[in-house]
Design a binder for this molecule. Structure first.
Ligand SMILES: Cc1ncc(C[n+]2csc(CCOP(=O)(O)OP(=O)(O)O)c2C)c(N)n1
Length: 554
């Protein structure tokens, strides 16, 4: 006799799931029991549900398919909430399974009982609590469908523990058809005509062009149409950064010169992005609600079109299909001035990205670590990042190739760095996987180093150890100069900390050692943590503490 839990696992297999991330709980023992007999799915048991959830989000970004996390009720679910939020903000398909109290106890305030429809109602696309075991497999298949259609995102499936052991009529349910809206030929032609007429167009490319085939189509489209491309927040890797058509990565800290140049565009074509506040540089690119130039917005979910911005052409369509079809049209002769426009953008971007070794008075300028990355990372390396100011060095000085992968959180969640690296190293054991983290973020989810050791994930974790929640320190210096509160940190020696997990620990105490230490880290056959004595004075790639002192010119 099949139990509901077996039907759930059969359905996962039918959906091609080969790995799930979990922290076990007594509330879903039957699912673990069903997984015990399943050779197709690896169970990666993590040290915190935030870590498990982040790994599932990262895995989804890497595969394009929903990431799967399993967590226990109440406390486990609360710990996993950060991943649900990140999946929503990053538009990543995630299916989160949560154990639940037995059906008879629901509504009685039972041990660890939570109403997940209320708790996750604001973050998840859909929350379903399954009471009839015969429905479970279908609900799981629907969860996969909902997580992927339109704007991808998180779906929560709640599993009362007694339901899981009841007999299920169904075994697994196969994947349901996914609706991919397509632009009409007339819509593609209208966009082509607008791009062909524009002197200063810019294409803002979003995460829905993350798949390798979409990256190739984007490059082909940009080259065919002489279209400069700006990557949306945290999607810097989808277009070759050293290409003449690369205009910018629209993250934090974009210099005013680049932003102002982009604002001079006479047409914005946004494809596969929701145009959030970071990508639009605070709703200025385009300007909300009335853009200064015509806005063409292509996105597969009508809810995000013509809503914040007045849109000249709103096209509800799959981003990759749209870009492929635009690339296939033969463009007219580009208007005079297009070449100058491309050069203006290219020059501004190259000036910003030019690395000049730079020494700090109080530690290692983190740019030296990134310079070592430039020298040694292979064309298919995966770089993951936590949230914090150390990221500015990566975004500014690492020229991504579209064969490389950048995993970061649009949600700005600290804690993604180490777990995402573990997920990447498991998914791509033959590729170099490095992560950059702050000392703050490392100790939020760095315990997943134990998961890396347990499952043999070859992660290289670079800790920018500036003894500060630096990002917030920078905000303090700007808003409340000299009044430092709550941002100083006292840290362990991260190299010794690593060794205590059974990983290798290395240190970068001098900028000139960065290349050699990276070489050692990449050569090691196992997880490595590199404690970088990072300068606090050089708090970001765009500014330093001294220049923020009152009276100093910015
Ligand atoms: C989970 C979470 N908590 C708090 C914040 C707010 N926050 C953003 S950056 C930051 C400091 C990051 O410090 P660290 O990891 O040391 O990196 P640094 O900024 O010093 O480079 C904080 C606390 C956040 N984004 N995410």
């Amino acid at each position: 006799m099949k139990r509901a839990a077996d039907a759930l696992v059969d359905t996962l297999v039918l959906h091609g799931v080969d790995r799930v991330f979990c922290v076990p709980g007594e509330s879903y023992l039957a699912v673990l029991d069903a997984l015990h007999d399943c050779d197709d799915i690896q169970v990666v048991s993590c040290r915190h549900e935030g870590g498990a959830g982040f790994m599932a989000v990262a895995d989804a970004k890497l595969t394009g398919a929903p990431g799967i996390a399993l967590v226990s009720r109440g406390p486990g679910a609360c710990n996993a909430a950060i991943a649900v939020h990140t999946a929503e903000q990053d538009a990543v398909p995630l299916v989160l399974f949560i154990g639940q109290v037995p059906r008879a106890d629901l509504g009685r305030g039972a041990f660890q009982e939570v109403d997940y429809k209320i708790t996750f109602g604001d973050m998840a696309k859909h929350v379903d609590e399954v009471h009839d075991p015969k429905n479970l497999a279908k609900v799981v298949a629907q969860a996969f469908q909902i997580a992927q259609e339109g704007t991808p995102g998180p779906v929560v499936v709640v599993l009362p523990e007694d339901m899981l052991t009841d007999p299920a009529e169904d075994t697994g349910v196969s994947p349901m058809a996914l609706e991919k809206p397509k632009a009409t030929d007339a819509q593609v032609k209208a966009v082509a005509a607008a791009v062909g007429r524009a002197t200063r167009p810019v294409l803002i490319a979003g995460g829905m062009l993350r798949a390798p085939s979409a990256r190739a189509a984007l490059l082909a489209c940009s080259e065919a149409w002489s279209l400069p491309v700006a990557a949306s927040f945290k999607n810097q890797d989808i277009f070759p950064n050293e290409h003449d058509h690369f205009a910018a990565h629209l993250g934090y800290g974009v210099p005013a010169s680049i932003r102002e140049t982009l604002q001079d565009a006479d047409l914005i074509v946004a494809v596969g992005t929701r145009l959030g506040d970071v990508t639009t540089q605070g709703y200025l690119l385009p300007e909300a609600p009335q853009p200064k130039q015509p806005l063409i917005h292509v996105y597969p979910d009508g809810e995000h079109l013509d809503h914040v911005f007045e849109t000249a052409q709103a096209v509800c369509a799959d981003a990759e299909d749209f870009i492929e079809r635009l690339a296939a049209i033969t463009p007219p002769q580009a208007p005079q001035g297009r070449g100058d426009w491309l050069k203006r953008l290219r020059d501004a971007n190259r000036k910003m990205a030019e690395w000049k070794p730079w020494s700090a008075p109080d530690g290692v300028n983190f740019g030296h670590v990134i310079a070592a990355f430039r020298n040694q990372l292979k064309d298919d390396a995966v770089i993951t990042m936590d949230a914090g100011n150390f990221n500015s060095w990566v975004h500014r000085y690492f020229p991504f190739k579209p064969t490389q992968v950048l995993l970061g959180a649009v949600s700005g969640a600290m804690g993604l760095g180490v777990p995402s690296a573990v997920a990447a190293a498991l998914r791509h054991p033959d590729r170099q996987v490095v992560t950059v983290c702050g000392d703050g973020g490392t100790l939020m989810t760095g315990n997943e180093l134990a998961t890396a050791v347990q499952y043999g994930a070859k992660v290289r974790i670079f800790v920018s150890n500036n003894k500060s929640y630096g990002t917030i320190r920078l905000h303090q210096e700007k808003s409340f100069p000299g009044r430092i509160e709550g941002t100083d940190l006292v840290n362990p020696d991260f190299a010794k900390w690593a060794e205590s997990f059974g990983a290798k620990g290395l240190r970068i105490d001098r900028a000139e050692d960065a290349d050699d230490v990276l070489k050692q880290a990449l050569a090691h056959d196992g997880p490595v943590v590199i404690d970088v004595s990072a300068s606090l004075e050089h708090i970001s790639a765009y500014t330093n503490l001294n220049s923020l002192k009152p009276g100093k010119a910015q």
